[in-house]
Write a protein that binds this ligand. Structure first.
Ligand code: F0G
Length: 479
């Protein structure tokens, strides 16, 4: 474990890796950043990366790779069909998940597409702890809908509940009664992304498994953020304390029927796949892989990435490797909390999450608190975060805005990428912004796409607040 004590008693997360390859960064002047965010329609997805100092948009496909992953990429058996790289990944997945079949896909949402297309029918309801944007979109595209039944604590942003990602078992029981015959599967997401990377417990998985079995409904597990979740099981769940990460992972897998993952997160490379035992379902999905993804032994991934995923998954069974993310996030969250900044607690995986509802309580939710915070924070720091709130929702059926249950600015910490001084810089700028939060105002739509609007939508400030924020920043930092 890479948490040590300094002689002054301070707890410090210590990196158990060293940097061997670097990319030069540039911190552009604040005026340039204001220009860049305006050009991007106040949408951090639309910024050019050259205008970004620290890219905390996501951990998806941006984790640092190890030397062994890079080395494995050179051994890729590049070919269209039957490549050894595929069989090496398949063997690695067998060790961690122990399912009979593996179907490759180019990334996580492709798995969601394949599963929804085969399993979801019009009028179906999919109970889950919480949705991920692409999951919900694919289920709805098939005419189904989702039912979110997390524990009540899930939406309490300042909590000390350890497994806020858990499904509320009594609500799941009720759902089985209420929607009998309409539930194609139950979905549980590890490291629940949109509520702040919050973990699920092994105990909860076992309880869901038993209920699914009783009701003869498959249990689907989204393992994209499993790496962080395994860390939390090992360190916070009594029954896991004496088990190895691999043993915990095996036990998780034994208690779910279908596992899919984004290897942009799990495996620290780029790709995805589905692991399952059900031969009938496997045959049905298998036919679609060459149609939508690519031939069965690459599924839209390059053989080099397939090799990197295989090694990345093996490395994810190492506590030193998987503790880096959660420990850096904990450090950042605790420092911000000490300074009075509203952050999601307990700290989860994936990134540090600012509670934009509390941070910008003076802004009307219809003017997008998290979106406004993302824009303001980029302007004053060059750090790119991601809005995870109302902009990431879809409008209600009557056309009104669907105000998100929680409004978060997610500052993702891709694994092993940032140094402690970069984290300290980020913390400092957040604290400055919090002190000057009254200068921030809202955003409104300029261009609103119909599907997954957060990716490509453009917004504009409701007045000249951004210019005023820049002025204050320049004054305070003598620029
Ligand atoms: N499931 C979860 C829990 C995810 O976090 C993601 C992606 C997906 C599925 C889809 O996987 O991107 O490989 O198609 N999350 C990224 C993020 C995009 O930024 O949080 P994908």
């Amino acid at each position: 474990m890479n948490r040590i004590k300094l002689s002054n008693g301070e707890d410090l997360p210590l990196e158990m890796h060293k940097v061997k390859i670097v990319q030069k960064l540039e911190l552009k002047p604040v005026e340039k950043r204001l220009e860049a965010i305006k050009e991007a329609g106040n949408n951090t997805f639309l910024l050019r990366n050259r205008d970004v100092f620290l890219d905390m948009l996501t951990d998806s496909g941006t984790n640092a790779m190890s030397d062994l992953q890079q080395a494995a990429m050179l051994t890729a058996d590049d070919c269209y069909a039957g490549g050894e790289s595929f069989f090496r990944l398949e063997a690695e997945l067998k060790k961690v998940f122990n399912k009979k079949f593996f179907l490759p896909a180019h990334q996580g949402r492709a798995c969601e597409h394949l599963l929804s297309r085969v399993m979801v029918k019009k009028g179906n309801i999919v109970p889950m702890n919480y949705h991920f944007t692409t999951t919900k979109a694919h289920i709805r595209l098939q005419g189904g809908d989702i039912l979110e039944i997390p524990a009540d604590e899930a939406f309490n942003t300042s909590s000390d509940a350890l497994f806020k990602g858990n499904i509320d078992i009594s609500k799941l029981k009720k759902a089985f009664k209420q929607h009998k015959g309409k539930i194609p599967f139950v979905r549980l997401e590890a490291g629940t992304n949109l509520i702040g990377g919050q973990p699920v417990s092994l105990q909860n998985i076992k309880e869901i498994h038993a209920l699914c079995k009783q009701n003869n409904v498959p249990f689907v597990f989204d393992a994209s953020l499993l790496q962080d979740n395994l860390f939390f099981m090992k360190t916070q769940e009594d029954s896991c304390k004496d088990k190895s990460i691999l043993e915990i992972c095996n036990e998780v897998a034994d208690n779910v029927d279908i596992i899919y993952f984004s290897a942009r997160k799990f495996g620290c490379a780029r790709g995805g796949g589905i692991c399952l035992n059900d031969e009938k379902l496997f045959s049905e999905i298998r036919q679609l892989v060459p149609l939508f993804e690519g031939f069965l032994t690459y599924g839209g991934m390059s053989d080099k990435e397939i090799e990197a995923i295989a090694v990345g998954i093996r490395e994810s069974m190492d506590i030193d490797m998987i503790s880096q993310g959660p420990q850096f996030i904990k450090f950042m969250t605790e420092e911000l909390k000490k300074a009075g900044v509203p952050v999601v607690t307990p700290p989860g995986g994936l990134g540090c999450h600012l509670d934009a509802k509390a941070f910008l309580s003076h802004i009307d939710p219809e003017n997008f608190q998290a979106g406004s915070l993302a824009s303001a924070f980029y302007i004053i720091s060059g750090v790119r975060g991601m809005e995870r709130g109302t902009i990431a929702e879809e409008r209600n059926k009557d056309g009104s805005e669907c105000i998100a249950k929680i409004e978060l600015l997610r500052l993702a910490l891709p694994r092993r990428v940032f140094t402690m001084s970069q984290i300290k810089f980020t913390i400092d700028r957040i604290i400055w912004l919090h002190k000057n939060r009254d200068l921030i105002d809202g955003l409104e739509w300029e261009e609103e796409p119909e599907i997954l609007r957060f990716f490509l939508g453009r917004l504009k400030p409701v007045n000249d607040w951004q210019e005023r924020l820049v002025e204050k920043f320049k004054q305070d930092f003598d620029l």
